[in-house]
Design a protein around this ligand. Structure first.
Ligand code: GDP
Ligand code: MG
Length: 635
């Protein structure tokens, strides 16, 4: 019995772990399921409340009616060193209730919060802890406090679940007072859901003054526990039996055989209650009843509430001890799972500046690696740059309006304007230059467009790479810092690239390839096709057409060059730089940053932080529960 207190402690811890985990014994194997519980069941007025009172050995406060318990109440009792009793709810931690009337009100309010005012029931338990310096030598001592809380429990069934008292809605037969029609079945199902669990020990209360064949308690117990391995039969109201009859047939197991011996009880009668007979007197009276009883005297040491309390405590201890290996296995499994989850989330970043800088650089490198894979292959996206050069650029070049610019009328216009008042002598040198310069100017468009297209591909790859960097997922601020730095760098590369390609275009206009025209002339002379002499009309169609064709040929040559050189310039300025120095400035910046600024960059996703914390908390609970169980297991 000395270990009962530590058993309560361990069960409380495990239970708290269950609550934190949202483990109320739902789907699958849970810790909750591994623990034994005690439920008191029986028909209306069979003496359930009275038995509980006697088992506890204290008086319940005055009774009344009207309370409707619509959510299970899980009570935990904690022993304190001195001080007065107080209560705390799991849903309102750190708020101490010294006034138990306020506790009752809070339970009612909290019930309404979940169920609404519609008088629905809910199987989400309200978790209440009671702190008391009172001794807990008996497993049921906490019922004392429960009784102080629930003077109105008369219509409800009491349940001990996992050594903790649970007050469930009382079974009803009809819906009253605006209750939904389904309430009868809902409550029945909820009560059943507790007693049908294989870990539930059933205290089946039957009154001796009724035929045992009509016992609601035995009926329910037999339904949910066919072998009787977890049913304790309690026979109340032995004193109310008709004169000349006795319950020996039941108590000695002849009427209805149970695995465990029946325990007969004599509770206070209604008259005793009215006379305020206290519990000590009631127990004394009960003891005397059995000791002096001609029928039950030979069994007196195995009758009465005190004996029932002892029997039950011993049984619970035995059951818990049997369950310890499976409870430890379950806890260990959960600890493993929680550890694995913590690994997935990642450890918190160190607090010193060096560790922070290191973490940031590590993540930058991880990001950079992925970005490069996108460019070099291995991950998709880099091919889009090739497609800019291979499709977009040639298509844009093809669309340039050279036809219009080198149309006969425009050639004529440009040439005559260039000649001024004096016509040209041999070839319209100025006119040629102007036509060529004008044409080359058009290349700026596709050149810039290539720069922009590649810029957007790179930007998209930055976005993708950030999203694909697993390590970065926890750090939204660092994510956006890296994105901003990378995009800044890309902007700079783009500017540089723009300058370079426009320089390429300008260079073509700055110095024409004279060789090209000389060759043209030589070819023409070979073909015996002399250029028009000074006397010929300088603006004949033929002449103009030839100028147009010549310029066009030159422009085409330049166009071919551009097709080759523009990609080189763009890759050189943007792609190569992005690969080489995308985050260089960022590195320089963070190198200068103070510890706090680094800390801010490493602000984790608050959701993840909260998750890690809650897992760590659960882990602590489970480990504490395991330690506790270990210490009990070896006693
Ligand atoms: P519950 O509805 O099952 O909780 O039953 P209660 O414990 O409220 O008891 C109902 C009534 O039966 C009360 O008036 C009790 O005083 C009375 N009662 C219960 N057990 C006994 C008993 O063993 N002997 C006598 N004389 N009356 C009892
Ligand atoms: Mg009752």
């Amino acid at each position: 019995m000395a270990t009962m207190e530590s058993l309560i402690g361990l069960v409380n811890r495990i239970q708290r772990a269950c609550t934190v985990l949202g483990d109320h014994g739902g789907e699958g194997m849970s810790l909750w399921e591994a623990l034994p519980s005690v439920a008191v069941v029986g028909g209306q007025s069979s003496g359930k409340s009275s038995v509980l009172e006697s088992v506890v050995g204290r008086d319940f406060l005055p009774r009344g009616s009207g309370i409707v318990t619509r959510r299970p109440l899980v009570l935990q009792l904690h022993k304190t060193e001195g001080g007065t009793d107080y209560a705390e709810f799991l849903h309102a931690p750190r708020k101490k209730f010294a006034d138990f009337a306020a506790v009752r009100k809070e339970i009612a309010d909290e019930t309404d919060r979940i169920t609404g005012q519609t008088k629905q029931i809910s199987n989400i338990p309200i978790q209440l802890s009671i702190y008391s310096p009172n001794g807990l030598s008996l497993a049921f001592a906490f019922l004392l406090l429960a009784s102080r809380l629930f003077p109105l429990l008369d219509e409800n069934d009491f349940f001990f679940v996992n050594l903790t008292l649970i007050d469930l809605p009382g079974l009803t037969k009809v819906a009253v007072d605006g209750q939904p029609e389904s309430i009868v079945q809902d409550i029945e199902m909820m009560v059943r859901s507790y007693v049908e669990k294989p870990n539930c020990i059933i205290l089946a209360i039957s009154p001796a003054n009724q035929d045992i064949a009509t016992s609601d308690a035995i009926k329910l117990a037999r339904e949910v526990d066919a072998t009787g391995e977890r049913t304790f039969g309690v026979l109340t109201k032995l004193d109310l039996m008709d004169k000349g009859t006795n319950a020996l047939d039941v108590i000695e197991g002849r009427s209805y055989r149970l695995v465990y011996p029946w325990v007969g009880i004599v509770n206070r009668s209604q008259a005793d209650i009215n006379k305020n007979v206290d519990m000590i007197a009631a127990r004394q009276k009960e003891r005397e009843y059995f000791e002096s009883s001609p029928e039950y005297g030979h069994l007196s040491h195995k009758m009465g509430a005190e004996y029932l309390a002892k029997l039950l405590s011993q049984h619970l201890e035995k059951v818990i001890r049997q369950r310890i290996p499976s409870i430890i296995a379950l806890i260990n499994k959960t600890i493993d799972e929680l550890n694995a989850e913590l690994d997935r989330i990642g450890t918190p970043v160190g607090v010193d500046g060096g560790a922070q800088l290191y973490t940031i650089l590590e993540m930058c490198r991880a990001f950079d690696r992925i970005f490069k894979e996108h460019l070099d292959g291995g991950r998709p996206g880099g091919d889009k740059i090739y497609s800019v050069f291979n499709h977009q650029l040639p298509a844009a070049l093809k669309k340039l309006p050279f036809d219009r610019h080198l149309s006969q009328s425009n050639v004529k216009k440009v040439i005559s304007e260039a000649d001024g008042y004096q016509p040209h002598l041999i070839a319209p040198e100025q006119g040629y230059r102007r036509l060529i310069e004008g044409s080359l100017g058009y290349f700026k468009g596709p050149a810039d467009a290539s720069v922009d297209a590649v810029h957007f591909v790179l930007k998209e790859l930055v976005r993708k790479s950030i999203a694909e960097t697993e390590e970065l997922k926890r750090f939204p601020s660092l994510q956006s810092d890296i994105a901003a730095a990378a995009n800044d760098a890309l902007e700079r590369f783009r500017d540089e690239s723009r300058r370079t390609v426009s320089r390429l275009v300008e260079m073509e206009s700055s110095y024409l390839t004279v060789e090209f025209f000389r060759k043209l002339n030589t070819e023409r002379e070979k073909g015996n096709n002399p250029s028009p002499g000074p006397n010929a009309d300088r603006y004949t169609d033929n002449h103009l057409r030839r100028i147009g064709t010549n310029v066009s040929a030159y422009v085409n040559m330049v166009c071919d060059t551009m097709k080759n050189t523009l990609p080189k310039a763009v890759v050189h300025c943007q792609v190569r730089e992005a690969k080489r120095s995308l985050l260089n400035q960022f590195y320089a910046q963070i190198g200068r940053k103070e510890k706090e600024q680094l800390g801010k960059m490493l602000n984790e996703d608050p959701w993840l932080m909260a998750k890690r914390e809650s897992i760590a908390k659960r882990l602590k609970l489970y480990k504490a529960a395991r330690d506790e169980i270990d210490s009990v297991a070896w006693k």
